[in-house]
Design a protein around this ligand. Structure first.
Ligand code: PMT
Length: 400
């Protein structure tokens, strides 16, 4: 089923009698998982109060283009950037005409011009107004520019006429909004992903670490969000910006990563261990910077806890996916690790090849699960991540 998890829907309400149905539409959108924020025209406020839509959406309702307070908080540009979809319901004949002409004379029309998000309109007007060639031309113009239409529906109208022009039912509009976003493979699933390296301190300024950039783990987090998952990213120190809509937790050491993961594990359906966790850490961490006292120096290391092993052997029925970074006999070693750690899936990564391992933009992997092997050919890490998320979606649905 299509969904709106992780999606920001900006609902524009213009001034027609169907505006009263916007209250139900807010609920329908929320039931599909959307975050809803409402923008109202002056006319819309004659039919339904901003307070009603504020109470239902749980977000402030925006009404004015030139509003000092809004500009300091969520002004028209922020609203335009925030939206993953601009849905206007009802869209009156006047609003449709203004959008078609590219006007920016109130907040809603300005946001419509300023947003890069897809635009969906649910027209609502008298049947004669809908039939008028001016309206037809405006709808054609907007459709040619990529706007999607839902409705109008036929039937008796508030004015007593019968014909095409009624706003489509809220459940149908919400479904159409959800269909804009294709993937729903992990809708509502809670996914936790580890990414990047860990740093194991030697003293206040030195540490042991590795070359993991976090690119693979962050790409997985973005793909999980796109697939509708409620996504947590537990990341070691990297320079990347976390994808939108993830719960982001920054850690340094393997011990910290383990603690975060175990704390969140009761609320996790799928765990993906992509981090390059340091296998060892210094037995002792010096309080002061270590001095160059001798020509040689010996470090004593102790084993770090194994995070994926701890997750897979916990009491929680989490579907657990590991990554195996190997330099020889890649698939055989990955299989052995998968069995030893009790994982549901293992992604074998040949890190001897600089083009596809640590810190590269591309990857090529073999995914192992049950008795199956699936080779994902050389592609961007974003594409490999989408394919892995697709496989996880497929496997976890079988288990449901
Ligand atoms: O970050 P990038 O630059 O994009 O690079 C991506 C990557 C090469 C780091 C990634 O694709 C990858 O292979 N990650 C796993 C790295 C690794 O630690 O592999 P491993 O074979 O040593 O460990 C096997 C599994 O055990 C991994 O899921 C790892 O997260 C986990 N592990 C390892 C040690 C430990 N103490 N705790 C763990 O959970």
């Amino acid at each position: 089923m299509a969904h709106l998890f992780n999606r920001n829907v900006l609902l524009g309400v213009s001034g027609g009698i169907a505006a009263y149905k916007s209250a139900e539409l807010v609920r329908e959108l929320q039931e599909l998982g959307a975050n809803v924020c409402v923008v109202m025209t002056r006319g819309a406020q004659e039919f339904i109060t901003p307070l009603t839509l504020q109470a239902l959406s749980g977000n402030p309702v925006h009404t004015e283009l030139l509003d000092e307070n809004a500009e300091m908080g969520m002004g028209h540009i922020e609203l335009a950037r925030w939206a993953d979809l601009l849905l206007i319901a009802p869209a009156t004949a006047d609003l449709i005409a203004r959008l078609s002409a590219g006007r920016a004379d109130d907040l809603l029309s300005t946001v419509a011009l300023a947003t890069a998000a897809p635009l969906m309109l649910a027209p609502a007007m008298n049947q004669q107004m809908w039939k008028d060639p001016a309206t037809t031309a405006n709808i054609d113009t907007l459709s040619l520019r990529g706007a999607r239409m839902v409705g109008p529906a036929a039937g008796p109208q508030a004015c007593g006429d019968i014909g095409l022009g009624r706003m489509e039912e809220p459940s149908i509009i919400a479904g159409a909004a959800a269909s804009v976003f294709q993937s729903s493979q992990l809708a509502g699933k809670r996914v936790m992903i580890t990414a990047g390296p860990t740093r194991e301190a030697l003293d206040p300024v030195r540490y042991i670490s590795n070359n993991s950039s976090g690119k693979m783990g962050y790409a997985l987090a973005a793909a999980a969000v796109d697939a509708g998952a409620i996504t947590t990213l537990v990341s070691g120190p990297v320079t990347l910006t976390p994808p939108d809509h993830v719960q982001f937790l920054s850690v340094q050491s393997a011990q910290q990563m383990l603690e975060q993961c175990i704390e969140l594990l009761p609320e996790c359906d799928i765990f993906i261990g992509c981090a390059a966790v340091a296998d060892y850490r210094p037995t002792e961490v010096a309080n002061q910077k270590i001095k160059k006292a001798h020509d040689e120096m010996t470090l004593q290391l102790v084993r770090n806890p194994d995070i994926v092993l701890a997750v897979a052997s916990s009491q929680y029925p989490t579907y657990t996916v590991g990554f195996a970074a190997e330099t020889n006999n890649v698939v055989a070693h990955a299989k052995e690790k998968m069995q030893r750690k009790g994982l549901d899936m293992m992604v074998a990564n040949d890190v001897a090849n600089e083009a596809i391992g640590f810190n590269s933009d591309n990857n090529a992997v073999t995914v192992l699960y049950r008795d199956e092997e699936n080779t994902l050919e050389l592609a961007s890490k974003a594409s490999i991540a989408q394919q892995i998320i697709h496989l996880i979606g497929h496997q976890t649905r079988k288990n449901d």
